[in-house]
Write a protein that binds this ligand. Structure first.
Ligand code: PHE
Length: 442
């Protein structure tokens, strides 16, 4: 049962039936990996910050925010799946662990301390367990806005913005951008507030600024790869990036930037023209501008060639001592790969019962969500679980009951696990599935 009050760094929160945040997650708040000197996430943050020197940096914003900050102020629809308790950590009905740095957009615009800002912070999401997902990760939010009342010597806001575009460092990479900036259905102009010229100018400023970030990151990543003797195609071929249309409740038009990396298009960030209602509600209706959000782990993993997201949480000096904030980026050299230990668990998620009429009724599987399995695995095994995957699904032809089989890959990043240890972990996991999710083991 959840405690009635939780205290986090001296702040007290009353919990209610919405509380679904385990103590293990709350204890991650103190880590602030993005601020630890010489940590790869901190180095990645500083590399991006170096491309926005005139922005104000906010790196210590507290992670527990209101539902209003995280969702409502950003105009998330009430039925948006991101709001659900299966995806988001709640403290109570009104209070969540931020799921993205955009939770601070409205407040930062309201503070109006700079025409540009960067927010780096830990964010929290209930999600899969594998080598690229962890329930705590780090994002960087960036925004730039212009004031209609401060055009200086420029006749129009669009002219003012284009003058700023001219000051962004140029590059020679190949950029694919096949779609029009504005598309009436897929990527609409906020025509009540913005002219086509204004949106075009801001979109150009946004895209050039982010292309500059990507060029900086990938130039460093390639240099590190070459220094490490890597001569595979990804270090030889010219860098390719592309803009794709996207949707976010708080921007329009919106885009994602993808980079061709090791044979695949990799999504690097989301961005767009800030919904004017957000700026208006923040009391800065004379301003208009853009925002972006990116995941620092994803960028750090390819920058340093880090193979497993759990490594960021390691205190092993064989990991931490490989990174330095001074000097060129150096590739991570894996110090060991200990054996994996796979274990399966199969269970029924719905039970049968006979109604008075003799018909077979099925207890609904509606309450079962995969993220609950993921979280229990983390709760029991912590960073000793590398991966949790659904490997089989089966509906009994007669009873209609559904059975699932998950495969858990136990592996420590630091040592070889004993059989006894993994057996114990797995047995505990099985028991927790029954106790917490009410499933029936097979
Ligand atoms: N917050 C968005 C996400 O987490 C990213 C984003 C930020 C998109 C700012 C647009 C503008 O996916």
């Amino acid at each position: 049962t959840s405690p009635k009050v939780v205290t986090v760094e001296g702040r007290q929160y009353k919990t209610d039936e919405w509380m679904n945040t385990p103590a293990s997650i709350l204890s991650a708040i103190a880590k602030r990996l993005h601020l630890q000197p010489d940590h790869p996430l901190s180095i990645t943050r500083q590399l991006i910050e170096s491309r926005f020197l005139d922005h104000k940096y906010y790196n210590r914003l507290f992670p527990i925010v209101s539902v209003n900050q995280n969702f409502d102020a950003l105009e998330f629809p009430h039925d948006h799946p991101g709001r659900s308790r299966t995806d988001t950590y709640y403290i109570n009905k009104e209070t969540v662990l931020r799921t993205h740095t955009s939770a601070h957009q409205a407040d930062t615009f309201r503070a109006n301390e700079s025409s540009g800002y960067l927010i780096s912070a830990d964010v929290y999401r209930r999600d899969a367990v594998d080598r690229s997902h962890y329930p705590v990760f780090h994002q960087m939010e960036g925004a730039k806005s212009w004031d209609r009342n401060c055009l200086g010597s420029y006749g129009t806001l669009a002219e003012r913005v284009w003058a700023d575009v001219a000051n962004i460092p140029s590059h020679t990479i190949k950029v694919e951008d096949p779609n029009p900036t504005i598309h009436p259905e897929r990527n609409p102009l906020q025509s009540t507030y913005h002219s086509v010229e204004e949106a075009e100018a801001m979109a150009a400023h946004l895209k050039r600024s982010l292309e500059d970030v990507v060029v900086t990151i990938f130039t460093a990543a390639r240099a590190a790869a070459v220094a490490a003797g890597d001569t595979t195609a990804s270090t030889q071929e010219p860098l390719r990036v592309r803009w794709v249309e996207a949707y976010f409740p708080f921007t329009s038009p919106s885009w994602e930037l993808e980079v061709f990396w090791q044979g695949d298009w990799l999504e690097i960030l989301g961005c767009g023209i800030v919904r004017q209602s957000i700026l208006n509600n923040a009391g800065v209706s004379s301003r208009l501008g853009w925002a972006f959000g990116l995941g620092l782990e994803r960028i750090a993993m390819l920058l340093f060639s880090i193979p497993d997201i759990r490594l960021f949480w390691s205190s092993d000096p064989r990991f931490l001592s490989q990174f330095s904030a001074t000097g060129p980026i150096q590739r991570f050299v894996p110090f060991s790969r200990h054996p994996a230990c796979f274990k399966d668990v199969s269970f029924w998620i719905s039970s049968t019962s006979r109604s008075a009429g003799g018909q077979v009724a099925h207890a609904s599987a509606r309450d079962f969500h995969e993220n609950d399995v993921m979280e229990l695995a983390r709760d029991v095994a912590g960073d000793l679980v590398e991966d949790v995957r659904l490997v089989d699904e089966f509906v009994h032809p007669k009873t209609g009951r559904k059975s699932l089989c998950y495969r858990i890959n136990y592996r420590s990043l630091e040592r070889t696990l004993t059989n006894e240890e993994t057996n114990d972990l797995h047995e505990k996991f099985r028991q927790q599935l029954v106790k917490n999710l009410g499933v029936e083991l097979r």
